[in-house]
Design a protein around this ligand. Sequence first.
Ligand SMILES: [Zn+2]
Length: 142
Amino acid sequence: MIKYKLLCKNCELKFDSWFASSNEYEKLKKKKLLSCHSCNSKKVEKTIMAPQLINSKQKMDVKVNLEKYQNIKKTIIGYQKFIKENFKYVGENFAYEARTIHYSKKKKSKGIYGSASKEDLKELKEEGIDAQMIPWIEEKEN
Ligand SMILES: [Zn+2]
């Protein structure tokens, strides 16, 4: 359903009218079935005011997106848990630690995680050091 504010060009009366769709409005207008409530003139136009729409699909899309987001969040939190259990946290020293591991030739060392700037990551990549960027969600403190 769509609600238009209609304006009579003859007597300048403004009134609201409901239509099944904007097409229905166009049809009724073409067939001259729209008339002013007051003077019965056929010179009725919809005003440029934004139509009010009842759109349940839009609301559903928001809900679906929220569910998708919740799923992604769960996945990320799952990754984080895995990383925390299996990798060593090095904080801001990520680039330094990554180089240490890379150049020490010891392949047994535990993986590391921490934070690095985009420049650090670019430099590491140029040196042939593999680093992955992953989204990270800060856990809320209770
Ligand atoms: Zn009128």
